[in-house]
Design a protein around this ligand. Structure first.
Ligand SMILES: [Cu+2]
Length: 318
């Protein structure tokens, strides 16, 4: 099984997974102890108070109440609390007060209802969405911002949850041991489509990562053949360009995801649907069915030819 907390693939996730296992085992031990005691009492005791059948029961079992009603829970909870503090300290998350950091975080992720804007801060600056590429085996700093409500960034295999809070920037350092695709999910309820606010980190070896970065930083390669040429015109003329950017065209709006290289992403709409020809066409005319209440309207006034051209054009945007 992949994509879950128990299968850590980076330093941050290893800490959290260890803590989760320790706490789980401690609670198993507590449950086992309680059941063992209960079993013992059921076998021994028929009449009288429970305490009578316990060893060490002077004062009607008061010692037991103090030991297992107060001291033991206090020790267990204090232990878990201290463990959590140690893990919190070890996991590389920084709050707004570290903002005088010498280096600008490499990536800025901004939460929107209900998708992720992903900005690479340099040396080559560009924006993409929902799919975050990083070099495998290297720590990468990510600044987390919100455009509206509180969201939470969580790739279970790579790191612990960190909130994206309006007006306050958090920074997290993530690292993936090996190349791979690591799926994540908004982890703070943020409205109707919270469950479809997903994302993925794609860790690549250095050469593949460099190639991806170069490709993403470039403007779109404009279509040379029909129907894609018409598709670009439709995109610029219809409302698409009031919400989306495609670098190299006249579409420069930033309400929705940057579509300059949308065909290069594995999934669409914050990983709600696959990035296939059919789903792309369905998304354009029926976004409100696939993701009700999202900011992308149903563009159902397009003619069949316009839709065909539009999809052909968007599919060229590798
Ligand atoms: Cu959410």
């Amino acid at each position: 099984m992949t994509d879950w907390l128990g299968d850590p693939s980076g330093p941050g996730a290893r800490w959290t997974a260890s803590l989760a296992w320790v706490i789980f085992l401690v609670f198993l031990a507590v449950i086992a102890a309680v059941w063992a005691l209960l079993g013992y009492l059921m076998l021994r005791g028929r009449r009288g108070s429970f305490a009578e059948h316990l060893p060490w029961n002077e004062g009607g079992g008061k010692g037991w109440v103090i030991a297992f009603g107060l001291v033991a829970p206090a020790v267990v909870f204090l232990g878990c609390f201290i463990g959590s503090l140690v893990v919190m300290d070890a996991v590389p998350i920084e709050g707004a007060h570290h903002h005088d950091m010498a280096m600008k975080p490499e990536i800025t992720v901004t939460g929107h209802q209900w998708w992720w804007e992903v900005r690479y801060n340099g040396p080559d600056v560009f924006t993409t969405a929902n799919e975050i590429h990083i070099p495998a085996g290297r720590p990468v700093t990510i600044e987390l911002k919100s455009n509206d409500v509180i969201h939470s960034f969580w790739i279970p295999e790579l790191h612990g949850k960190v909130d994206l809070i309006p007006g306050r920037d958090n920074t997290i350092t993530i690292e993936a041991d090996v190349p791979g695709r690591y799926e994540g999910q908004c982890a703070e309820y943020c409205g109707e489509q919270h469950a479809l606010m997903r994302m993925a980190v794609v860790a690549q070896d250095d050469a593949a990562y460099k190639a991806w970065r170069y490709k993403e930083s470039q403007p779109a390669i404009l279509p040379q053949s029909e129907p894609a040429i018409t598709g670009l015109e439709v995109f610029e003329m219809k409302s698409c360009s009031t919400c989306h950017t495609i670098r190299g065209t006249r579409a420069l709006a930033t309400v929705g995801p940057d579509l300059t290289h949308v065909a290069g992403r594995a999934q669409l709409a914050a990983n709600a649907i696959p990035n296939s020809h059919a789903y792309l066409a369905a998304w354009i005319v029926r976004a409100q069915t696939l993701k009700p209440d999202s900011e992308m309207p149903n563009l159902d006034q397009l003619t069949g030819d316009e839709l065909t051209a539009l999809v052909a054009f968007l599919r060229t945007l590798q």
